[in-house]
Design a protein around this ligand. Structure first.
Ligand SMILES: [Zn+2]
Length: 135
């Protein structure tokens, strides 16, 4: 047995012309006062609010495409930056080992392994801040 919330969704769909009102919905409407008044309140809305707003799908599509391109460019830049940083650090590591600074390399690694996790909350916080700016 469906509850009133599920029927309300179906009623809303029917009022907005998304779907036909189903038989079980009709029989529920006949017996449930709450859903009846919900249905009537929807019908009482001014006609304009029930009409679908005309949306130019092409314009929306282009906007989405443009937004995705920006995201893609940003991601490509971040990937390149990451690759460059990785290669740089690997090169630095090799350079240190080849020049006899194994001790220094070990200390750097220990510092990164021990200190890195402490920076993580700051990175996460920064990312969340950035996300909020876009919203
Ligand atoms: Zn109901």
């Amino acid at each position: 047995m469906k509850n009133c919330t599920e029927f309300e969704m179906k009623i809303m769909d029917a009022v907005y012309g998304e779907s036909e009102i189903s038989e079980d919905c009709k029989s529920h409407l006949a017996t449930c006062e709450a859903c009846q008044s919900f249905y009537e309140s929807l019908l009482e809305l001014p006609a304009g609010t029930r009409e679908e707003i005309a949306v130019d799908e092409w314009v929306v599509g282009e906007a989405v495409k443009a937004a995705m391109e920006i995201t893609e460019k940003k991601n490509a830049f971040e990937r390149r930056l990451f690759l460059l940083a990785s290669l740089g650090l690997t090169g630095l590591g090799f350079a240190l080992v080849l020049n006899g600074y194994v001790q220094l390399l070990r200390n750097l690694y220990m510092g990164i392994y021990l200190g890195g996790p402490l920076v993580l909350p700051i990175i996460i916080w920064k990312r969340q801040q950035r996300g909020r700016d876009h919203a």
